[in-house]
Design a protein around this ligand. Structure first.
Ligand SMILES: Cc1cc2nc3c(=O)[nH]c(=O)nc-3n(C[C@H](O)[C@H](O)[C@H](O)COP(=O)(O)O)c2cc1C
Length: 831
C-alpha cells in the first residue's frame, strides 16, 4: 500500500513538475561553470594579458571606472590578486533598475568592451530561478520553482524507496545498467540506475534550492543550526538594498577595509554597496575552496569605521553552512568534484523527465488494454460461489487483462486479485488459474506482497485443487518470471494438481498468450474467441493428407503436410508448434445462414468462412461486428530440413456435430494443394536438451507421437553419437493405430530409437495406458534418470499427462521431478 501511494505520487508529480525540473536542471548545469565559460569566451575582457605593472589600487580603479562609464551608481566591485583577471564593476545606469557588469584592465583602469554571453547567462539565471516569468523573484515563477524543488526532494527519496534492491549490498544493482536491456526496460534502468548515481547531488541541490523559495525553510534551517541572525542570502545578484541611491565613498570604505584587515593579501575582494552607506567586503582567502571561504567585513563608507567583522577562521560550522548555501547548492563547497558532479547531475535532469514520460505512456497503454477488456467483457460471476477462479497479480494491468480474458473464456469462472485468495476461497475452489507478473528483482507486484508473505507458510491441504500458472515477466531480468514460478511451487507443495507446466510470457509475447489460450481450450474453455494476440500468418500449401489409422475404433488420425510458399519460414526446432488459421466448414456456414434467414446472401457466406459464427445469444447486431476465427495449434512432427511441416491431426467433432474447426479444416475442408494460412511458434518449453548425448525418455499417446517423432528425427538428422532414446507410446490397438511404425522401425535399426514400450488400450493384455507402461518400467526410468536422461511428454492433458506425472512421481519422487521440471529435464507439450 505504501509503495502504491508513493509510486502514484511519484508519477503524478513527475508529469506535473518534470518539465520545470528539466528546465531548472539544464539551466543550473549551464550556470555551474558560468565564470569559466565567460572567461573562456571573453579573452581580453574577463581575462587580460599580464602587463608586468602592479594593478592599480581599488579606489583608483573605481575612480577610473566612474570617469568612463555613463552616469549611474556603482554597486559592486570585484578585484582579484591574479593579474590576468580583469576588475569587475557592477553599476546601475541612471534611470535603470538593472545593474550591469563591465570590466577594467587592472593595470591601467581602461574600460574594456562589454563581455559576450553575459546577457544569455542573465536569461539562463532567470529561467533557473523563476522560469523567467513576470514578477522576477517575487512573482509566481518563484513559487513554481520552489514547488519543483520540493518535488525533486520527493522524487529522490521516494525513488530510493521504490527501487531499493533485494540485495542492497550488491553494488552492481545500484551502479550498473545492463547493456542488454532494450525498450521499456532500458528506460527503466536509466531512470533507476542513473537516479541512484545522482541521488546525493539532487538531495543537495534541492535541499539548498528551497532556501531561496521559502522563508519558513530558511528560518527552520537557521534554527536547526543555531544561527541567530537571519541572512537572506541571494546568490550572485545585487539585492534590493544595492539600489539605495545614497552616495557611497568607495575610497574611504576601502581604506577602512585595508586598515581593519592589516593589509592582508586576499585572492579576491568583492565589495558591495549595501544598506545605504555601508559597504560589505567579502575577502576570499588564498587557495580557498570556494568563494565563501572568506573574511567578511561591513565598513561605514562615510567614516571608514568597521560596522561588523567576521573572520572565516572564527566562523562556526552552522554559520559556515548558512553563509555558503549558494556554494553548497552549486557543489563548489565540496571542491571541483562537487561542482562537476552537480553540473552533470543537473544536465541529466531531462533524462528523468523523458524516461519517466515514456514509462508512464507504456503503463497507460497497458491500462487502456485492460480497460478495453473490461468494457468488452460481460461481468464474470462473483468469486464467492465460483469453483473456477482466475487470480491475478498485476502491477500495470497486463496480467489482470489476461486473467479477465481467461475468466471470460472459462465456464462459470471468476477473476479476482491474488490477494483475495484466502484459505476459505482456496478450500472452496476446484480449479485455479493464476496469472502473475514479477517485479523488482523477482518480487511480486505491490498488490500481491501480502499474499507473498503468506506464501512463506506452507499452504493448507490443496489436494482437491487443479491449477495452472501463467507467469508474466521479462527475460531481460535475471529473475525471469520468478514470482509466477514461486506461486506454482507453493500450490504444488500444497498438493494441488498442476494442469500444465507454468507458461512463461516474456514481455508482450504473443506466442505465449496464444499458448495459454490454447491450453485453456484443451480444458474446455470457449474456443470461439478471437486470438488474444494477433499473429501474422503466411501462406502454406497442403501437400499431403493421409489417414494413418484406417479401421480404427477411434476418430481418424491424419498425416498432414504443409509446404511453405516462402522457404524463409523453414526455421524451427524439434518441439516447436505450428499455428494454423482455419476456415469454417461450408456446411456449418450454410446451416447458420438458413437459421438467420440469409441463405441466399453469398457475400455474407464468403465473409463468414473466416469469422466466428455468432450465437443466438449474441443478437442480430453481432453480424455487424464479426470477429475473426481463432487459430489452432499442432505439434510439428517433422524437422525443418524436411522442407515441410508434418502433423498428426485427429479429426474431432465439435459440439454442433460438424467437424472440429481446426481438425476439420486440415483433414477435409482445405483442398489438397490449396492454401492454408499458418505460422511457426517457438516452444522452448518442449525443446530437448542441447547435448545430443543426453538419454531421452519420450512418453506420449495418440497424436502426441508427433512432438516425440520430431525429437527422434532431429537426432537421426544430426547423426553421430547420441544418447539412447526410449519411447513409451499409447494408442488403441496395434492392428490399426500403430502410427508411423515403419519409420520407427527404421529409426530403431539406425540406433536412434533404442526401445519402444507400447500400451494398447483395446488389446486386452499388456499395459493398458501409457502411464501403466511407465509404471511397469520403474527400474528403467530410475536408471535412465540417474544416467542424466531428460523426459519429454507429449499428448493429451486429460488422463495421460496427470497419469504419467503420477507414475513418474511414484518412481522418482516428487522432489526429483520438481527439480527436473525446474532445470528443463522434464518437459511437456500437452493439450
Ligand atoms: C520495475 C520492474 C521490475 C521488473 N522485474 C522483473 C523481474 O525481476 N523478473 C521478470 O521476469 N520480470 C520483471 N519485470 C517485467 C514485468 O513482470 C512485466 O513487464 C509484466 O508484463 C508486467 O505485468 P503487469 O502489467 O501485470 O504488472 C519487471 C518490470 C518492472 C516495471
Amino acid at each position: 500500500m505504501t509503495r502504491t501511494i508513493l509510486f502514484q505520487i511519484h508519477w503524478f508529480l513527475g508529469i506535473t513538475a518534470g518539465l520545470v525540473l528539466a528546465v531548472m536542471g539544464v539551466t543550473g548545469g549551464l550556470m555551474s561553470f558560468e565564470p569559466e565559460i565567460l572567461a573562456a569566451i571573453n579573452p581580453g575582457i574577463v581575462t587580460v594579458a599580464p602587463r608586468g605593472a602592479p594593478p592599480l589600487p581599488a579606489p583608483a580603479l573605481i575612480d577610473r571606472a566612474r570617469a568612463q562609464l555613463p552616469p549611474g551608481r556603482i554597486v559592486r566591485v570585484i578585484v582579484s590578486r591574479d593579474p590576468t583577471r580583469a576588475t569587475a564593476i557592477s553599476y546601475t545606469p541612471e534611470g535603470s533598475k538593472e545593474p550591469q557588469r563591465r570590466y577594467l584592465d587592472p593595470a591601467t583602469g581602461r574600460l574594456l568592451a562589454p563581455a559576450r554571453g553575459s546577457g544569455v547567462f542573465a536569461v539562463v539565471e532567470d529561467l533557473h530561478r523563476w522560469l523567467a516569468l513576470p514578477g522576477h523573484g517575487n512573482g509566481w515563477g518563484r513559487q513554481v520553482t520552489g514547488f519543483a524543488c520540493l518535488s525533486l526532494l520527493y522524487f529522490a527519496l521516494s525513488g530510493l524507496y521504490l527501487r531499493w534492491p533485494r540485495r542492497p549490498l550488491d553494488w552492481r544493482s545500484w551502479l550498473v545498467i545492463d547493456g542488454r536491456m532494450t525498450g521499456r526496460n532500458f528506460y527503466r534502468a536509466l531512470h533507476a540506475v542513473v537516479g541512484g548515481w545522482v541521488l546525493v547531488f539532487y538531495l543537495v541541490s534541492a535541499g539548498t534550492g528551497l532556501w531561496w523559495s521559502y522563508g519558513w525553510y530558511r528560518d527552520g534551517v537557521q534554527h536547526l543550526l543555531a544561527i541567530e541572525s537571519p541572512r537572506h542570502d541571494s546568490p550572485g545578484k545585487p539585492g534590493k538594498a544595492d539600489r539605495d541611491e545614497t552616495p557611497v565613498d568607495w575610497a574611504r570604505a576601502w581604506t577602512g577595509f585595508t586598515t581593519a584587515t592589516g593589509g592582508r593579501a586576499y585572492d579576491s575582494v568583492t565589495a558591495s554597496a549595501r544598506d545605504g552607506t555601508a559597504v560589505q567586503f567579502r575577502a576570499k582567502l588564498p587557495n580557498a575552496r570556494h568563494d565563501r571561504v572568506s573574511d567578511e567585513l561591513s565598513i561605514d563608507s562615510r567614516t571608514g569605521a568597521v560596522l561588523s567583522k567576521a573572520r572565516y577562521a572564527d566562523r562556526p560550522i552552522g554559520a559556515d553552512i548558512v553563509t555558503s548555501v549558494y556554494e553548497i547548492h552549486r557543489g563548489a563547497y565540496f571542491g571541483i568534484i562537487g561542482r562537476v558532479g552537480i553540473m552533470l547531475a543537473s544536465l541529466a535532469m531531462p533524462l528523468f523527465t523523458v524516461t519517466g514520460v515514456l514509462l508512464y505512456l507504456g503503463r497507460r497503454r497497458r491500462k487502456a488494454a485492460l480497460a478495453q477488456v473490461m468494457a468488452d467483457a460481460p461481468a464474470t460471476g462473483g468469486a464467492a460461489n465460483a469453483t473456477t477462479l482466475v487470480a491475478y497479480a498485476s502491477q500495470t494491468g497486463a496480467a489482470e487483462r489476461i486473467a479477465r480474458l481467461t475468466a471470460r473464456a472459462l465456464p462459470d469462472a471468476a477473476a479476482l486479485p491474488l490477494a483475495a485468495l484466502d484459505a476459505g476461497t482456496l478450500a472452496r475452489a476446484r480449479c485455479l488459474f493464476v496469472v502473475a507478473s514479477t517485479y523488482g528483482e523477482g518480487e511480486p507486484p505491490d498488490a500481491a506482497r501480502a499474499f507473498a508473505r503468506r506464501m512463506a507458510q506452507a499452504p493448507d491441504d490443496l489436494s482437491h485443487l487443479r491449477y495452472a500458472v501463467l507467469a508474466l515477466g521479462d527475460s531481460e531480468y535475471a529473475d525471469f518470471c520468478a514470482f509466477g514460478h514461486r506461486v506454482d511451487r507453493w500450490l504444488h507443495a500444497g498438493g494441488a494438481t498442476r494442469l500444465y507446466d507454468p507458461v512463461e510470457m516474456d514481455g508482450e509475447d504473443a506466442d505465449a498468450q496464444r499458448q495459454w489460450q490454447q491450453q485453456l481450450a484443451g480444458l474446455g474453455a470457449r474456443t470461439d474467441q478471437p486470438d488474444w494476440a494477433p499473429a501474422p500468418m503466411t501462406a502454406w500449401r497442403l501437400v499431403e493428407r493421409r489417414l494413418l489409422n484406417p479401421g480404427s475404433q477411434g476418430d481418424g488420425a491424419w498425416h498432414v503436410a504443409l509446404a511453405p510458399t516462402d522457404p524463409a519460414v523453414l526455421d524451427w526446432q524439434a518441439g516447436d508448434i505450428v499455428e494454423i488459421l482455419p476456415e469454417q466448414d461450408p456446411a456449418r456456414v450454410d446451416a447458420f445462414l438458413a437459421r438467420v434467414g440469409r441463405a441466399s446472401d453469398d457475400a455474407l457466406r464468403a465473409t463468414l468462412m473466416t469469422c466466428i459464427l455468432p450465437t443466438e445469444a449474441d443478437g442480430a447486431s453481432a453480424l455487424d461486428a464479426l470477429k475473426p476465427l481463432p487459430h489452432r495449434e499442432y505439434s510439428i512432427a517433422s524437422i525443418a530440413s524436411a522442407g515441410q511441416v508434418e502433423l498428426i491431426v485427429r479429426q474431432c467433432r465439435a459440439a454442433d456435430g460438424f467437424a472440429g474447426l481446426g481438425s476439420g479444416w486440415l483433414t477435409q475442408g482445405a483442398p489438397l494443394d490449396g492454401v492454408v494460412r499458418a505460422r511457426i511458434r517457438r516452444n522452448p518449453a518442449f525443446h530437448a536438451p542441447a547435448d545430443p548425448a543426453t538419454p531421452l525418455i519420450l512418453i506420449g499417446n495418440g497424436t502426441g507421437l508427433a512432438g516425440l517423432m520430431a525429437h527422434l528425427r532431429a537426432r537421426a538428422a544430426v547423426g553421430g553419437a547420441h544418447g539412447p532414446a526410449t519411447l513409451f507410446f499409447g494408442e488403441r490397438h496395434p492392428a490399426q493405430d500403430d502410427f508411423l511404425s515403419v519409420e520407427r522401425a527404421a529409426l530403431a535399426a539406425d540406433g536412434v530409437l533404442t526401445r519402444t514400450i507400447p500400451a494398447w488400450s483395446r488389446l486386452g493384455h499388456g499395459p493398458r495406458y501409457v502411464q501403466d507402461a511407465v509404471a511397469g518400467q520403474a527400474d528403467l526410468v530410475r536408471e535412465a534418470v540417474a544416467a542424466g536422461a531428460a523426459i519429454l511428454v507429449c499428448g493429451s492433458v486429460t488422463g495421460m499427462a496427470p497419469g504419467v506425472h503420477a507414475a513418474l512421481a511414484a518412481i522418482l519422487g516428487d522432489a526429483v521431478l520438481e527439480t527436473m521440471l525446474a532445470n528443463g529435464r522434464y518437459r511437456r507439450d500437452i493439450y
